[in-house]
Structure formats: C-alpha cells, structure tokens
Design a binder for this molecule. Structure first.
Ligand code: C2E
Ligand code: CA
Ligand code: CA
Ligand code: CA
Length: 275
C-alpha cells in the first residue's frame, strides 16, 4: 500500500512536471515568430441564411507540433493567454488572415473574416495598433474584419477595453460578442426553478443611453413574460426612469421615486394615506 501511495506521488509529480514543461514551451515558442511556420489557420464558413451563401469565415488556429502532432487551440490558447504569448501570436495571425482574405477577394471570393481576440490583448493596449498595421499592409476593407470578443473579456476591463473598441469601430472594423449565453448558464438554471418574479437590477436603469436601456429592459421583460414570470424594476428614482420601465412593459416598479425604506410605523402611515 505504501508503494502504491509512492507511485501515485510519482505520477502526480510527473504530471506537474509535464504541465510545467508544456507551459514553458507554449510561453517561449508561441512568443517567437520563428515558430509560426508551425501554426496553421483553419477557416470555418458562416452561412447567411436568407441567401444560403457563405458570406463570412471564422479563423481558428492550430499548431502543427513537430513531436505532438496537430494541436487544437484548447490545448495551448489558455496557456498562451496566461503567459501573454497570445499577443504576438495574434499579431501574426491578423497579418496572415487579412493577407489570405485579401487574396481570396482578388480571386473573386468576397467574404468577411472573424478572428478571436483574447482579453489580455484588449487590455495590453496594442490591439488597435496591431489591427491598423495589419489592415494597412493589405487591401482588405476594414468592415471585412470582425474581431470576436467574449462576454467576459469585454467585461474585464471596461474602461481601457471600451476605449480600444471605440477606436476599432472608428476604423471601420466590426466587433462580435463571442460565446454569448455562457455567462447565462446560472440564469438558465435559476429560471428552471419554480420562480414567480424576476427583479431587474437597478444598474439597468443607470445606462448612459436611455433608449438602449429601454431595448435591453424590453428584451428582459419579454424573457420574463415568456417564462410566465412577473417583472419588477428596481431602483426607480426619477419620472424618466418610471416612463422607461413602463414602456419596457415591466409589471412592477420599486424605488425612491415612490418611497424609501421606512420603519414600520411610518410605513403604516404611508400606506393608510394612500388608500
Ligand atoms: P476550435 O477550433 O477547437 O477552437 C476552440 C476555441 O479556441 C475557440 O472557440 C476559441 O475560443 C479558441 N481559439 C481558436 N482559435 C483562436 C485564435 O486564433 N485566437 C484565440 N485567442 N483563440 C482561439 P470559439 O471561438 O467558440 O470557436 C468555435 C469552436 O467551435 C471551434 O473550435 C470550432 O471548430 C468549433 N465548432 C464549429 N462548429 C462546431 C459544431 O458544429 N460542433 C462543435 N462541437 N464544435 C464546432
Ligand atoms: Ca470565436
Ligand atoms: Ca464561439
Ligand atoms: Ca436588488
């Protein structure tokens, strides 16, 4: 039994050592352009359903490793993100993908192309310059480039990230929210419970642009309706917000516009004054 335990420890330390070695290899190799001839870009078509045409592509990276064979992104992208190697890798990828897509355009294949951008690239501060350089090296119209960002990477650094996103959009580049819905898995699980009411957080009312706010709120209220949940808007402080909440179709509203929380005696009086 003692021997078995020791074997397990040996196995465990060997796994740790292998993982550490792989991390080091990813960190150094993927940060080094000399390795990039081992990288392959695969493209998956995206169909425009009304026309039935493949109008767009998504670029997906693979690593043709000399010893390990064809590596899928899940086995090296997370490590490359942690170590920052994904930034120089993506710089290369932008150039390669834009070059290839421009070549297809010359051959009469008119498609836009999506590239996956990691959160650390967005916060590194070099993304805008990297994209601008790659676009100016080739003749692809900027609106043929779509940068795919995940919900979490967009939310991670809203100030710096938002600034870069606005600059990219000003250049004509398009942005996609990738993996939308994954952050909702807990919500989906919650909604499977026998709930009666969905209470909308007051942050929804604090959006800078009230007209967008109504759209978001309407969508959430529609979701609540379809699940037969009542909807309550929290944090209603102004008449404008009340108008917005009613426009969105909320069933209930709660907030300082009507009353603050108060002690029982006051509450009793408050209620009696309104009957
Ligand atoms: P995949 O090619 O294995 O890529 C997996 C994930 O690695 C991608 O998920 C993306 O997050 C990341 N990734 C790939 N290339 C890059 C890159 O160049 N840079 C960075 N930073 N990350 C990269 P994502 O974006 O959701 O891509 C869609 C995945 O789903 C791809 O897997 C694709 O091959 C796969 N897929 C497409 N259609 C289907 C399908 O019908 N069924 C299934 N099960 N998978 C599908
Ligand atoms: Ca993607
Ligand atoms: Ca995706
Ligand atoms: Ca609350």
């Amino acid at each position: 039994a003692k021997g078995a335990g020791r074997d397990r420890v040996h196995l465990f330390t060997r796994e740790l050592r292998d993982a550490a070695r792989w991390r080091l290899e990813v960190a150094t190799k993927l940060a080094d352009p000399a390795t990039y001839d081992q990288l392959e870009v695969h493209y998956q078509p995206i169909m425009h359903l009304p026309s039935g045409k493949a109008s767009a592509l998504e670029a997906l990276i693979r690593w043709r490793h000399p010893e390990r064979g064809l590596m899928m992104p899940d086995s090296f992208i997370p490590v490359a993100e942690e170590t920052g190697a994904v930034v120089p890798m993506t710089r290369w990828l932008l150039d390669e993908v834009i070059r290839q897509t421009t070549e297809w355009a010359v051959e009469g294949v008119d498609v836009s192309v999506g590239i996956n951008i990691s959160a650390c690239h967005l916060s590194s501060g070099t993304l805008v310059a990297d994209v601008r350089r790659a676009l100016s090296a080739h003749d692809l119209p900027a609106d043929h480039l779509v940068l795919e960002l995940t919900e979490t990477s967009i939310a991670e650094d809203p100030v710096r990230g938002g600034e870069q996103m606005r600059e990219l959009v000003a250049m004509g580049v398009r942005l996609a929210i990738d993996d939308f819905g994954t952050g909702w898995s807990t919500l989906a699980r919650l909604l499977a419970m026998p709930m009666d009411t969905l209470k909308l957080d007051r942050s929804l009312l604090q959006g800078v642009c009230a007209s967008d706010g109504v759209d978001v709120m309407s969508a959430i209220v529609a979701l609540a309706d379809s699940l037969r949940l009542r909807s309550t808007a929290e944090g209603v402080e102004t008449l404008d917000q009340l108008r917005m909440v009613s426009e969105a179709g909320c069933d209930y509203a709660q907030g300082w516009l009507f009353a603050r929380a108060m002690p029982a005696a006051d509450l009793g009086r408050w209620m009696k004054a309104r009957v």
